[in-house]
Every structure is written in C-alpha cells, then in structure tokens.
Design a protein around this ligand. Structure first.
Ligand SMILES: Nc1ncnc2c1ncn2[C@@H]1O[C@H](COP(=O)(O)OP(=O)(O)OP(=O)(O)O)[C@@H](O)[C@H]1O
Ligand SMILES: [Mg+2]
Length: 316
C-alpha cells in the first residue's frame, strides 16, 4: 500500500521580484524513488530548501507523514527527512567516520554536558553510535577508509560519504541534490545501485539529477520543473514522451534511448545514399572538387548537408 511520506502543497518561494518556485504540489509515497528534473535555474534546489526548512516558503505547506513541518532544518531532520547538497558539505578536516558520527547527533540522547564530561553514559552511547556509523560505512563501501580525512577522498567518494552522513540521521525520506555530478560512468552506475539499496531499506528517495539516463533508469515517477512551475509529472515513459518536456528541457532524446539512436543512424544512412545517388554520374571526389554543383545539391535536403559534412570530416 502506498501512503504519502512527503506532501508539499502550493509551495511558492519568492526572492524579491523573482519567483523561483511557483505553486508546486508534490507528493512522495512510501517505497518510491521520485525524480525532480528541469533546466538550470528551474528552482529544483530552491524547492529542496523549502522542503528541508532552509527556506521558509513564501506560501504553502510541507508535511511529513501527515504532520506539517516547522521550517527549521534541525526539526525537519528530526522528523525524518535527510538530504545531501548540490555543493558537497562535509567537514573536510574530520575523518570519514567522524563525518558520519556528526550525522547521527539528532538520534543520540546524550546532551552537551554528558559529551563534555565523557561520563559512562556518554561512552556507551558513543560506542553504539560508532557501531551504527561503521554499519553505514560498510553499506556505502567506505569502511576501509574510516580514518581518512574527508578532504583526501576522491570526489565520487565524498559524494558517497555525504549520503552516509545523511543516512546516519535514520531518515524515512532522503533528498539527493545531484548525487552523480562529477562522477564517472562506473561511479554513476554504482550510485544507481546504491539508491535502489537505500529504497530497499524502506527509505523513500527524492532525487534531483541532470543525468537523464540515471533518472529514467531509477525513478518510479519523475516531475519536471520549468521556471519554478511543475510542468509534467508521471512515469519515466510518460515524461520522456511528453513533447513539452522535450521542448523545454531535453531538447533531443537522451543518449541512452536506443530507438532514437537507431532512427538517427537510419536517417543519416538514407541521406548518404540519397546524396550518392544524385551524384552517381559524377566522379567520386566531386564533393571535394565541384563546389558549385555540390552546394546546389546540398541545399535540397538538410540531412544531406549533415551527412556530407560527417563523411568529409571523417575523410580528413
Ligand atoms: N537565495 C537566493 N536568493 C535569490 N535568488 C535565488 C536564491 N536561491 C536561488 N535563487 C534563484 O532562484 C532560481 C532557481 O535557482 P535554483 O538554484 O533553485 O535552480 P536549480 O533548478 O537548482 O538549478 P541548477 O540545475 O543549476 O542547480 C535562480 O534564478 C536562482 O538565481
Ligand atoms: Mg540546483
């Protein structure tokens, strides 16, 4: 059964005269991986900031498991929403393990004095926390680097560590802002598996990404934000096929779409065949030598111009 985990109602965020997010309704259900896509400046991060209490929305409400959230980051984390940031925010001079321990502090009962005095209660809690943090590092694949300084990790591992730290607060919903930015294809694939594994732990995921292959492979549902407004929402298939999305954002079919790649190849091959047919009476190198005749031929079809230039480019 699907129950709403997160419900944003009519969320608007204005900065002076600029409306970065406009009347957005949005739901994430339990067990779902939902994608949020849109061009640069569409308002995706601003929307995340409204969900996590970093910004107080100009209008609208955000509820988590049926309760309206106070717009305060620590209360949002306490309620059960964790996030990562578009620009990695780690404690650079702390170790990998310490960074995860910091993420756990909302779930530990030990207060400031207990921590300062390092009494028996604190030491017991500290041991438990460390065990939990190590479990997370195993899960994320960074256990062997527990004592490395965060700043010495390669970029892809810093992103992973941020996810581990977010998970340390034991969330019911995880928000990821561009988790694969700067990753190589292998790391991106691994992150895909990681997000599936997080979902399998019973954590719903909302993810912002520009990598369309990643989004469409991963998400049960995708919402498209354009100029602060939700343009379309649906399954990956529905969103990919929507002409408004293609026009506003995708521009051309995403590179993983085998149908589109085939169609482009067929088109190019047909154009080449057509161009060759038209020139069959002329010497083979006429494209290089007979400038006026060639340019007359290529004005007929756009495709032949492209096919010619490709062939020429390869020959050179
Ligand atoms: N604190 C702020 N003050 C003023 N304007 C802001 C602020 N934060 C964001 N904006 C503006 O709001 C709009 C949306 O920005 P936002 O960062 O949310 O976009 P985005 O969809 O996350 O883009 P990207 O894909 O590049 O990360 C932009 O025009 C941005 O300049
Ligand atoms: Mg952003």
């Amino acid at each position: 059964m699907t129950t709403p985990v997160l419900e944003a109602r009519d969320v608007t965020m204005r900065f002076g005269g600029l409306t970065a997010v406009r009347s957005v309704d949005f739901t994430v259900n339990s067990g779902e991986i939902v994608g949020l896509i849109g061009p640069n400046g569409a308002g995706k991060t601003t929307f995340f900031n409204c969900l996590t209490g970093l910004y107080v929305p100009t209008e609208g409400t955000v509820s988590y498991q049926g309760k309206v959230l106070p717009p305060k980051p620590h209360l949002v984390t306490q309620a059960g929403i964790a996030r990562t940031f578009q620009n990695i925010r780690l404690f650079a001079n702390m170790t990998v393990l310490e960074n995860v321990l910091v993420g756990r502090h909302t779930r530990t009962k030990e207060g400031l004095w207990s921590a300062l005095l390092r009494g028996p209660g604190f030491r017991k809690a500290e041991k438990e926390s460390e065990a939990k943090a190590m479990e997370l590092l195993e899960f994320i694949g960074l256990a062997a680097k527990r004592d490395h300084l965060a700043r010495n990790l390669p970029y892809g591992e810093q992103r992973k560590l941020e996810i581990a730290r977010a998970l340390a607060s034991e969330p019911g919903l995880l928000l990821l802002d561009e988790p694969t930015a700067g990753m190589n294809p292998q790391e991106t694939r691994a992150t895909e598996d990681l997000v599936f594994a997080i979902r399998d732990k019973g954590i719903a995921v909302l993810v912002i990404e520009h990598d369309m292959r990643f989004i469409f492979n991963l998400c049960d549902r995708v919402a498209v934000l354009v100029q602060g407004e939700k343009l379309v929402e649906g399954t990956s298939d529905v969103v990919q096929a929507d002409e408004r999305v293609v026009a506003a954002y995708l521009g051309e079919p995403f590179e993983g779409d085998p149908g589109a790649a085939e169609a482009a190849e067929v088109e190019a091959a047909e154009a080449t065949a057509e161009a060759e047919g038209a020139e069959s009476a002329e010497p083979a190198d006429s494209a290089e030598t007979a400038e006026p005749a060639d340019s007359a031929a290529t004005t007929d079809t756009v495709e032949s111009t492209e096919a010619d230039s490709t062939t020429k480019g390869e020959a050179q």
